[in-house]
Design a binder for this molecule. Structure first.
Ligand SMILES: Cc1ncc(COP(=O)(O)O)c(C=O)c1O
Length: 346
């Protein structure tokens, strides 16, 4: 009978991410949050179009893409999708083409991830002011058919790369984290992450079952109601477990997810902005307004409400998203300590 680690190592994967990512202490931010110990798992430093959680998922997804001998990857996301830009970067790194169906507002501003998509030469179909996931998925399916008719070998990658295979990247990340925690891995820890398409959370939960049993994994939703998160997370985790040849032991009751700002996806919220400024100014740690800033705001809220154990080591998973910062300058103008010195007074 093979161990969970051996089963994980037996699944096809290609190296795309710079691993292991650092685990860094953030003592001033910990004090601000009222936590005894805060550690930041720096998955913003995985590489691939400036880094982020998608790199770990794409290691498994692209192994499948190469095995099927596909020559073009089609995927979907919002206009500032980190997943889309990182998929395009991975495709280019492996000599493949990328086609992106993007939706929602703000594509006119060629900034942040939208600029990266263009630089990477991804062909884009932009669904003006529409970021309905089903409509974008239908457009992806149409494109895939067209590509087949043209004699191409397309691979359709669902939103966020959140497939059973993709989530294995986060099963693996928990194993990596357990090694980094050393003796602390045997006691209780809390792991906090932003949640969008649920693959990261699914992988973390399954990974915790296998490699870090004392972990309480907490998701902060940025785009879906918590009950929808629980349903989708369990589905993905079951598929990941199947790939490992294990019976999935997760139920919806095991999925702990919060987030009262999920209706403002892509919007810079006041609490997210406060968390971004606190992290930057206390630790030099940069967060983004769509995912990690909201996750940090969620952690602050849980701590203030006493909903987490402040004495237990807390790991904040920095899932990346930093290119979005460079499309968000307007929201931070009032934070600038800026004195304009007119030429004649110099
Ligand atoms: C920066 C960032 N953080 C967190 C997430 C959420 O991850 P997941 O889609 O796996 O839930 C995403 C992707 O949507 C992301 O781009």
């Amino acid at each position: 009978m093979s161990t969970p680690g051996e089963r994980l190592d037996a699944v096809r994967r290609i190296e795309l991410a710079a691993l292991p990512t650092p685990l860094e202490a953030a003592p001033r931010l910990a004090a601000h949050l009222g936590l005894a110990q805060l550690l930041v798992k720096r998955d913003d430093r995985t590489g691939l179009a400036f880094g982020g959680n998608k790199a770990r998922k794409l290691e498994y997804v692209f192994a499948e893409i190469l095995e099927r001998q596909c020559d073009v990857v089609v995927t979907v996301g919002g206009a500032q999708s980190n997943h889309a830009a990182m998929t395009a970067a991975a495709a280019r790194k492996l000599g493949l083409d990328a086609k992106l169906v993007l939706g929602g507002p703000n594509f006119a501003d060629l900034a942040g991830n939208a600029l990266l998509d263009v630089l990477l030469g991804a062909e884009i179909r932009y669904m003006v002011d529409d970021d309905d996931n089903d409509a974008m998925a239908a457009e992806m399916d149409r494109w895939v058919l067209e590509l087949r008719q043209d004699g191409r070998r397309p691979y359709a990658l669902p939103i966020g790369g959140s497939t059973g295979a993709g989530a294995l990247g986060y099963v693996r990340a928990v194993r990596e984290l357990a090694v980094q925690l050393g003796p602390r891995a045997v006691g209780p820890v809390q792991v906090v992450t932003a949640v969008g398409s649920c693959g990261t959370l699914a992988g973390l939960l399954l990974g915790a079952r296998l490699f870090l049993p004392g972990a309480r994994v907490i998701g902060i939703s940025v785009s879906r109601p918590p009950d929808a998160i629980a349903r989708r997370t369990v589905e993905i985790a079951a598929e990941s477990a199947r790939l490992l040849g294990l019976d999935c032991v997760l139920s919806e009751a095991d999925v702990e997810c919060y987030g009262d700002t999920f209706e403002s996806y892509g919007v810079v919220t006041a609490s997210g902005k406060e968390a971004i400024l606190a992290s930057a100014r206390l630790e030099g740690l940069l967060l983004d307004p769509t995912y990690t800033g909201k996750a940090m705001a969620g952690l602050l809220d849980l701590s203030r409400r006493g909903a987490i154990d402040r004495s237990v080591p807390t790991v904040f998973l920095h899932t990346g998203g930093l290119p979005i910062l460079f499309a968000s300058g307007k929201a931070f103008q009032d934070a600038a300590a800026l004195t304009r010195i007119p030429p004649r007074s110099r």
